[in-house]
Design a protein around this ligand. Structure first.
Ligand SMILES: O=P(O)(O)OC[C@H]1O[C@](O)(COP(=O)(O)O)[C@@H](O)[C@@H]1O
Ligand SMILES: [Mg+2]
Ligand SMILES: [Mg+2]
Length: 331
């Protein structure tokens, strides 16, 4: 046993896949904890399909998951680190993965993770993944932080396990509760402010204006630059996350990948009453046009996500106005 799955009603195939993900996760947690002892896991080793630089740990994690899933029910393996879908065998499942999320944090000892999404396989490798996120069988992540934990949904709530380092077993904790509705934290990489579209700027301006602004209260900001870590915080205590499209070259659709980053996170968040959009439209209803497609991403507390959408519906003169002349959204 590597992870406690009793009572979840998983098919033997899915339970086997979860067990293998958990085993690799436990191995990676140990490898990460030993970074620098034998090897530098943040060393640059190449460039992936999306043009991002690959670190040693990106490649190591991809190899470990792909090997562990070969010969299982996973027929198709789609990874951030592989140009094309890899056919592993003849199984009934298709698994998309960001083997190592938050790579820029490997060398600074900050939480990083793995994100995974499981669909029923179709008879074509690509169409197995180019579909609505609402068709996922499972979506989740492994977080390598002060604790290593797995958080996953199979469509009936969000389950949570923590790695017991003594037994190397993921012990199941109580399911994650509904997201708190009224929290004051937001997460965005504010260094890109000047590149954002005006609705995002207006939304953030009104948060930054705090008690003196139209919202009439103070907010707090976090940016870890690890999507998994931001998701874990939001699941634990609420808030909202934004990675919008912006005007930098190559960032028209933001930075995050639809299939193996945003869709599984959206599946988790909506299971606890939260919202997940591209700023306007639901992520789980959207169809990615290619495996490595990017999408703007806004998720968290449903009311806050809806408010971001509402800013997109405002007339341009409202979102371009200074907050103290903007008439709407005073609370
Ligand atoms: O450095 P930026 O632009 O703030 O981007 C941070 C985002 O990029 C990511 O690191 C992208 O994921 P990878 O590390 O898997 O490429 C997210 O985890 C994070 O939310
Ligand atoms: Mg990532
Ligand atoms: Mg990655």
């Amino acid at each position: 046993m590597a992870i406690e799955l009793e009572g979840l009603g998983l098919s033997p195939e899915l339970a086997d896949v979860m067990t293998r993900l958990a085993r690799v996760g436990a191995d990676l947690a140990r490898t990460i904890a030993r970074n620098g002892v034998e090897a530098d896991l943040a060393a640059g080793v190449g460039t992936n399909a999306g043009g991002d630089g690959q670190k040693a740990l990106d490649v190591m994690a991809d190899d470990a998951f792909r090997e562990a899933l070969t010969g299982t029910a996973v027929a198709y393996y789609a990874s951030e680190e592989q140009d094309e879908v890899v056919t592993l065998g003849e199984g009934t499942l298709a698994l998309a993965i960001d083997p190592l999320d938050g790579s820029s944090n490997i060398d600074v000892n900050v939480s990083i993770g793995t994100i995974f999404s499981i669909f029923p396989a179709t008879d074509d490798p690509n169409t197995s993944f180019l579909r609505k996120g609402s068709e996922q069988l499972a979506g989740g992540y492994i977080i390598y932080g002060p604790q290593c934990a797995i958080v996953c949904t199979f469509g009936k709530g969000v389950h949570h396990w923590v790695l017991d380092l003594d037994t190397r077993n993921f012990k199941r904790l109580p399911d994650i509760k509904m997201l708190p509705q009224d929290t004051s934290e937001y997460a965005i990489n504010a260094s890109n402010y000047r590149h954002w579209p005006s609705p995002i700027r207006a939304f953030i301006d009104d948060l930054v204006a705090g008690a003196e602004g139209p919202r009439g209260r103070n907010f707090n900001m976090r940016w870890i630059a690890s999507l998994v870590a931001e998701t874990h915080r939001i699941l634990m205590r609420g808030g909202v996350f934004l990675y919008p499209g912006d005007e930098r070259k190559g960032y028209a659709r933001g930075r995050l990948r639809h299939v193996y980053e945003c869709a599984p996170i959206a599946f988790l968040i909506t299971q606890v009453g939260g919202g997940a959009t591209d700023g306007c439209e639901d992520i789980l209803s959207a169809l990615p046009d290619k495996l490595h497609a990017r999408t703007p991403f806004v998720f968290g507390c449903a009311a806050k996500v809806a408010r971001v959408t509402a800013y997109h519906d405002l007339p341009g003169e409202e979102t371009s106005a200074l907050f103290n002349t903007r008439g709407l959204f005073r609370s």
